[in-house]
Design a protein around this ligand. Structure first.
Ligand SMILES: NC(=O)c1ccc[n+]([C@@H]2O[C@H](COP(=O)([O-])OP(=O)(O)OC[C@H]3O[C@@H](n4cnc5c(N)ncnc54)[C@H](OP(=O)(O)O)[C@@H]3O)[C@@H](O)[C@H]2O)c1
Length: 283
């Protein structure tokens, strides 16, 4: 689902979907996106292309129908939308090298964490740009992705990119000034939740449960609680109140969480990660 300001849903078919998609950097995230796109029929795998110096990475993409080219330049040349999916430290070098192959008809999309639009534009010479920040649950089709539009990107470009990233989860649109905070929340957030799941399971073990059962219950409880917030549209505070009976078990647990500054700690974690992201993108 694609959430713009008014939560518009972009249909994953039609004119916006008929294009060729190239990946520069056939790594983990490119693989998740390509698999999601091919599986959801946003594009047939034959419309996706990439190149890689390592045979094992070429074989992975080839195994689900992606076309493999000999060079990055060929990928750019034969794509309408080019996703830059190399590590952030390689982006400048790769874009400077590919600069002669970009034309005004092509859309450049960057998923590189911390690389700003103005640098992408300067290195590639391309003004038709969209920057996207996905997160690691893209591997299981549950990414939270945020996109921001470059000055020359069109409505059709927006729809195309929204349809691509809708194939691996949910998509929002936001101004670039929010990207450090987005990294601090949804970029780093999966790790905070992994810690929470591990700690809940440890609590179950401390209370006498077998490890497997404790981990399964902790995982499903987090999944179920997230689905309740997303599915009912109720504020999480209201859902919490609804399961918290007077002098009951849940309020006893919550009291202990508050003693450990649970909410304040999570708030501070997002703020600290945002600050660190800002520092890193300045150096
Ligand atoms: N993983 C996520 O969920 C996530 C979330 C948000 C943003 N991102 C961003 O997504 C980008 C990719 O992350 P990733 O986790 O997918 O990294 P990755 O698995 O390391 O993928 C990068 C790939 O690019 C290849 N590569 C390096 N230099 C290249 C070049 N000159 N030409 C073509 N390919 C080249 C690498 O090959 P070698 O391994 O052989 O060097 C590797 O296969 C990063 O910029 C990251 O900030 C990732």
């Amino acid at each position: 689902m694609y959430m713009a300001a008014a939560a518009a849903v972009v249909p994953p078919s039609g004119e916006a979907a008929a294009f060729k998609l190239g990946f520069i950097g056939a790594g983990n995230l490119a693989e998740s996106i390509a698999r999601g796109v091919a599986k959801s029929s946003v594009l047939p795998p034959s419309s996706i292309r990439t190149a890689h110096r390592r045979p094992d990475r070429r074989a992975v993409f080839q195994s689900f129908g992606v076309r493999i080219f000999d060079s990055n330049a060929q990928v750019v040349d034969d794509s309408d939308v080019v996703i830059i999916s190399v590590k952030p430290q390689a982006v400048k070098h790769v874009l400077l090298e590919l600069r002669p192959f970009f034309t005004e008809e092509k859309l450049l999309v960057s998923i590189a964490a911390g690389i700003k639009m103005k640098d992408l534009q300067e290195w590639s010479g391309q003004r038709r740009l969209i920057r996207v920040m996905p997160n690691t649950p893209s591997a299981v089709g549950q990414a939270a992705s945020v996109m921001c539009m470059g000055e020359m990107a069109t409505k059709k470009d927006e729809e195309r990119v929204a349809s691509l990233f809708s194939a691996i989860g949910r998509v929002w649109k936001a101004d670039e000034k929010y990207f450090d905070a987005i990294t601090g929340l949804s970029g780093s957030g999966p790790a905070y939740v992994y810690l929470a799941i591990e700690a809940l399971a440890d609590g179950g073990v401390a209370a006498g449960l077998p490890r497997d059962l404790a981990l399964g219950l902790a995982t499903q409880t987090v999944l179920g609680a997230a689905a309740m917030v997303g599915g009912t549209g109720k504020h999480p505070g209201q859902l919490k109140d609804e399961v918290t009976s007077p002098a009951g078990t849940t309020i006893a647990g919550i009291q202990e969480l508050e003693r450990g500054a649970f909410r304040g700690t999570l708030i501070n974690a997002v703020v600290a990660a945002t600050k660190r992201c800002r520092e890193l993108s300045q150096t």
